[in-house]
Design a protein around this ligand. Sequence first.
Ligand code: NAI
Length: 417
Amino acid sequence: MLSHDVKDLSLAAQGRKRIDWAGNDMPVLRSIRERFEKEQPLRGQRIAACLHVTTETANLLITLKAGGAEVSVCASNPLSTQDDVAAALAEMGIGSYCIKGEDNETYYKHINQALDIKPTITMDDGADTVGVIHSERRDLIPHIIAGTEETTTGVIRLKAMAADGVLAYPIIAINDADTKHLFDNRYGTGQSTLDGILRATNILLAGRTVAVAGYGWCGKGVAMRAKGHGANVIVTEIDPTKAIEAVMDGFRVMPMDEAAKIADVFITVTGCKDVLVGRHFENMKDGAIVCNSGHFNVEIDIPALEKLGAKKQAREYVDEYTMPNGKRVYLLGEGRLINLASAEGHPASVMDMSFANQALCSEWLATNHSTLQKGVYPVPEEIDKNVAALKLASMNVAIDTLTPEQQKYLASWQEGT
Ligand code: NAI
């Protein structure tokens, strides 16, 4: 067994069962794993993964190991680790450094421990590993051929680093593949965010007013699923085009200052900071519930909430703050990604596509990295389309193909005019 730091190794058997259960719903990743076992395309690679340590992630890491890589993992959020999965991974020979609820210091210690394998490939969800490498662990840069990044916020950070000329190696933006954000961000975040809120609170959503901040890929999914539960959904935005989309999808759009007075439940999913701040909390109705599903816990101004209200725990994952005016505001999951804090994150079927992209991009990087410069790159189109085709086949859905005449027609500007 490689070195590890997990909560309790005796949870491994339970973790394995749940990993297998998720694996049942990941047919694309399974087919990649079977090929990797034979072809060993990652032999000689060392992959340090900083991801939400869930059953789906475990299936990805097992696939990478089956392909011949040495693999280590740490959490990409202090509250998203599933301790039984972390234990199972340690037993399977993956360097596993993650404990649910770890403090900030331990979180960074674990990133550093995962990096001790001297990775050739980094796999990030939020770019925290890249941040540590570029500040404290620059000695590792000569070993690294490339990296991948899973989420919107990470891609934004990496593009900012590239624009400043400080990004030291090439990184593929997995998030930007169609087979990632169109499904994972929309249907995955949509379903699992509602799942997290319901598991934390057990409230009835029907008839409640739910304000969703941000109408990007995640926000669209969250708003759609909240509406499906019978909630009256309000959307807040800063982008006029996204705001029109929300209006035409049937939602009320207004500034947060107005929404703050009327919503019962607030969900931030913008990737921005200070979306809910002190004046909003002060104007909320008694019993308002606030939570976040964006990557970092900066969307809700928690220090302002702490200053304003007397705090007590109402139930697991629910903190009650009593405002000076006597009204209560409930914060879920410490303002961290609620779908991973109080639920299990995205369902396996959707992570099948995201992680198929991760596995196939790692393979692609192992042979093609020298064609890349320092910078942020899209997922190669053939990989994105291949993942879609494999997923569709696994769902037993057939589609039409273009006839030669149709291909000619679509490629011509003269025919049929
Ligand atoms: P996106 O870029 O598609 O959408 C973000 C939207 O928020 C944009 O329409 C933007 O105009 C809007 N926005 C920005 N600042 C705002 C503000 N102050 N008020 C209102 N709206 C604002 O990004 P996407 O893919 O929807 O991701 C959003 C966040 O969720 C990111 O942090 C991402 O990393 C994270 N994420 C979380 C997941 C989870 O499991 N909970 C899964 C995938 C992504």
